[in-house]
Design a protein around this ligand. Structure first.
Ligand code: NDP
Length: 484
């Protein structure tokens, strides 16, 4: 299987290669075979990308929002027409099953392009009346050159979630995908330009953290949007602060999912499965600390174990497969280490957690019961298919324990008590909360974290505030007096 892109980078409207950069092999997670090789961006490539973004941005900002939006919406249409090919590429890049990628990745990317394309023409400032016939107005301006840095779990979606609002607001973007999944963002760039995006406005360059760092530090850059882990977020935020740059930080989590004994058990089990095993557990907002009220613990665990028998683990390209491999050998080893740690710490491995004896990075979905709050598997983000089930007795206790974490990305509650559902949602210290559902992320709704899980919001009208700034203009209609 091969998925070699035309070239490693996409700069100024075309593919660009520079073999002087270190090789980055791209592995198909299902087999471990190398399907492509790209080259890390050299300083010359980084400079070329930033220079073309800088040069193109002013003219793009001068176009009407409606014109900009039309291009984004055209790109959305192209993405939808090519959904199959883009989904196959996403599966090759990440190992996620086609059953998922064909309905989530290019689809969600296209939604973002369409949504922000639709908003672009409606972006305005305000008129503000002041005393004595004076007034002020605000101009909503783009920030300039934005840098996007992506994680490896949703390469198409992340490239679009950052690119679409940035471009709608009149910015230019330089995007660096994760070195683990470098292929999909190149297709996003290609499609945007096919849709009519002027050259230089959406550039993709490859590399590891060593390429991300100089991008963040460059004086031409006005904003940095990162999707990644908390440790990387800390570094990138600090580097951006040095240049007083705007930031969006979409970071990791260890989110709680509280299941009360009055919940619809079947739905609660569905929520726990979706919130732990979708994308083989490689989802930032996953509800990996599942608090189950003591009275339904056994019923929950036995129904969960039964339903996990329905996981179809196999060729990710087979539409029947619903559970794929981990993205890399490195990530698989991290997960295996946590499974060993969970057992050492005394949690009960109810099922799963075994590496499959075949090429690629395969592991079966794991469920731990009798987990306590102090165990590593209950405190640290694993980013793999490992569910920790914790027991609780009262609502107040569950909420306090749910919030006892440095993270604050997401949180969920399953109950049929209407008032309790809203009371618990109100009490959660998290940016994105779910009642009787889990992990929905439509473009119309703000998405992001609180506490260590991040700063800013993606999606929805809220993202506009993070890709534009307001200029206030005061107007005096009469003569102006001064004290002397
Ligand atoms: P990392 O934090 O390791 O990397 C994220 C990106 O930052 C990568 O492109 C990485 O490059 C780059 N990077 C690393 N160091 C630097 C640096 N010093 N300066 C600039 N860029 C740098 O995350 P992963 O890729 O491992 O992704 C998993 C993490 O992402 C999890 O914690 C997960 O929760 C989080 N995530 C958050 C989401 C959200 O929306 N809140 C959504 C999806 C994932 P490279 O990989 O090439 O080294």
């Amino acid at each position: 299987m091969k998925a070699q892109p035309t070239a490693s980078h996409f700069i100024n409207g075309r593919y660009v290669e520079d073999k002087a950069g270190a090789e980055i092999p791209v592995y198909y997670p299902a087999t471990g075979e190398v399907i492509a090789v790209v080259h890390e961006a050299t300083p010359a490539i980084i400079d070329q990308a930033l220079a073309s973004a800088k040069a193109a941005q002013a003219q793009w900002a001068a176009m009407s929002g409606t014109e900009r939006g039309r291009i984004l919406r055209r790109a959305a249409d192209i993405m939808r027409v090519r959904n199959h090919d883009l989904s196959v590429l996403e599966t090759l890049d990440t190992g996620k099953p086609y059953q998922e990628t064909s309905v989530v990745d290019a689809t969600s990317g296209a939604d973002a392009l369409e949504y922000f394309g639709g908003l672009a023409g409606g972006l305005t400032g305000q008129h503000i009346r002041l005393p004595d016939g004076n007034w002020a107005y605000t101009i909503r301006e783009p920030l300039g050159v934005c840098v996007g840095i992506g994680a490896w779990n949703y390469p198409t979606q992340i490239a679009c979630w950052k690119g679409a609002p940035a471009l709608a607001c009149g910015n230019a973007m330089v995007f660096k995908p994760s070195e683990t999944t470098p292929l999909c963002a190149l297709k996003v760039a290609e499609i945007l330009h096919e849709a009519g995006l002027p050259a230089g406005l959406y550039n993709v360059i490859q590399g590891r953290g060593g390429v991300g760092a100089p991008l963040v530090a460059d004086a031409r850059v006005n904003k940095v949007s990162l999707t990644g882990s908390v440790p990387t977020g800390r570094k990138v935020y600090a580097a951006a602060a040095d240049g007083m740059k705007h930031v969006t930080m979409e970071l990791g989590g260890k989110s709680p999912l509280i299941i009360f004994d009055d919940a619809d058990l079947e739905s609660a089990v569905s929520g726990a499965i979706l919130g732990n095993f979708y994308s083989s557990g490689q989802v930032c907002s996953n509800g990996t600390r599942v608090f189950v009220q003591r009275g339904i613990k056994q019923a929950f665990l036995s129904r969960l174990s039964e339903r996990l028998q329905n996981a179809v683990i196999g060729d990710p390209m087979d539409p029947a497969t619903n559970f794929g491999p981990m993205v890399s050998e490195g990530q698989l080893q991290i997960v295996l280490n946590y499974i060993a740690k969970g057992q050492d710490e005394g949690a009960q491995l109810v099922c799963g957690g075994q590496r499959l004896d075949k090429p690629g990075y395969w592991i079966t979905p794991a469920v731990f019961a009798d987990v306590t709050d102090d165990m590593a598997i209950a405190r640290e983000e694993i980013f793999g298919p490992v569910m920790s089930v914790l027991d609780f007795d009262t609502e107040a206790e569950a909420l306090a324990r749910a919030n006892d974490t440095e993270f604050g990305l997401a949180a969920g509650v399953f109950t049929n008590d209407l008032q309790r559902a809203h009371r618990v949602a109100e009490g959660f210290e998290a940016g994105t909360c779910y009642i009787n559902t889990y992990n929905d992320a439509p473009v119309e709704v703000p998405f992001g974290g609180s506490k260590m899980s991040g700063v800013g919001r993606e999606n929805s009208h809220a993202a506009i505030a993070h890709y534009s700034q307001l200029k206030s203009v005061f107007v005096r209609m009469g003569a102006l007096e001064a004290p002397f």
